[in-house]
Design a binder for this molecule. Structure first.
Ligand code: ADP
Ligand code: MG
Length: 349
């Protein structure tokens, strides 16, 4: 495989800047996920790497070579599109073999067979090799589509939300499989998604894309624990981080320019019921709130609370709903607050 570099790459469509001065270095064998909402420029970035779009500015390097002027076929990339399409009249086997039958590959029939069967094992579709591609479930079709990319041995894999059309269970299974396959192959993979769980669980590094700009790049933990701004903070975490004016929390020693504080649900502890908290320590980061609703999810309970005009969410014990009723007053203590200024930029203490 190879490393991939984007150097100050920009792409506009008329007045719209779809990709805005993006620079990123993807190491050989690295799994990088670009995460952003619809319209953030994810697909366009992949198309720029693949050579399906030409940038107005900047350059794309694959394996150290400037390929900005190269046609897609000269770039040695394998692309899994968001709208995957198999050849319906072909079997799974022939769909998987298809990319190997181009004149660019000089494999003989037995080599092709061996490769197809190896990839079919990887994506766990070997038992359906002789099915027509239409006689498959959605998840199986998607595995074939991914397998068709893997059957080649390109410099880099590009994947555009390949799991987004699947139901939650299959998405979860394929997430794990894809990560395993990528590790096994040592593949360089640039993957884009709007799904934070996919990004968190698969990526070596996540790039947060917002309106065409790469806002932050780092490991999942870095992005989660040390976001550069309030948008990044809100992008990761389910339930989302609680954002409150710094003034609402008693005893906070917030940095001067901070106007908003962010407290993740797991950093907001219920320390007592009733407005008079039972423990006697100082008032630092304590707040009274009223329980509005308990959302029971099996492995956790989400507590929806009201603090004056603000709604907050925290996590409760699995059985808290038996002990606390909606309408109850509770005391909470916050830890590890993140601070943001008026523009949403991170303020460090
Ligand atoms: N071929 C195109 N012509 C005009 N605008 C486009 C074209 N492709 C993408 N765009 C616009 O560029 C922006 C980024 O699009 P895209 O890269 O598809 O975002 P994403 O994949 O993150 O949803 C969007 O506003 C989209 O409407
Ligand atoms: Mg897209």
């Amino acid at each position: 495989m190879a490393n991939v570099t984007l150097r100050g790459v920009s792409k506009r469509f008329k007045n719209l800047v779809a990709v805005d001065d993006v620079s990123i270095d993807i190491a050989d064998g690295e799994f990088v996920v670009l995460l952003g909402p619809t319209g953030a420029g994810k697909t366009t970035t992949l198309r720029l790497v693949a050579g399906l779009e030409k940038p107005e500015a900047g350059s794309v390097l694959i394996d150290g070579k400037d390929v900005t002027g190269f046609a897609p076929s000269q770039r040695d990339v394998s692309f899994v599109f968001q709208q995957y399409s198999l050849y319906p009249h072909l079997s799974v086997r022939d769909n998987l073999a298809f990319p190997l039958k181009s004149p660019a590959h000089s494999l003989n029939a037995s080599q092709i067979k061996a490769r197809v069967e190896h990839v079919a094992e990887l994506v766990q579709i070997a038992h359906k090799l002789d099915n027509r591609s239409t006689a498959l479930s959605g998840g199986e079709m998607q595995r074939v589509a991914i397998g068709r990319a893997l059957v080649r041995d390109p410099a880099v894999f590009l994947m555009d939300e390949p799991l987004s059309s699947l139901d939650a269970k299959l998405r979860g299974d394929l997430r794990v499989e894809l990560k395993r396959i990528q590790k096994e192959l040592g593949a360089t993979l640039l993957y884009v998604t709007h799904d934070q769980i996919e990004a968190m669980t698969m990526a070596d590094r996540i790039g947060i894309l917002d309106e065409g700009r790469l806002v932050q790049l780092g490991t999942p933990r870095e992005i989660y624990e040390d976001p550069v701004n309030v948008h990044v903070a809100a992008r990761l975490g389910q339930p989302a981080i609680n954002l409150l004016p710094v003034s609402v929390m008693g005893g906070v020693s917030a940095p001067q320019s901070a106007s908003t504080m962010g407290i993740r649900t797991e950093h907001l502890d219920v320390i007592g019921q009733g407005t008079r908290a039972s423990d006697n320590d100082d008032a630092a980061m304590k707040v009274a709130a009223t329980l509005e609703r308990v959302e029971f999810l099996g492995d956790q309970n989400r507590l929806h609370l009201r603090m004056g005009d603000h709604r907050i969410v925290t996590l409760g014990d699995g059985d808290i709903e038996y002990r606390i009723q909606p309408g109850s007053e509770m005391t909470l203590r916050a830890r590890n607050a993140l601070y943001f200024d008026q523009n949403g930029e991170r303020v460090r203490g």
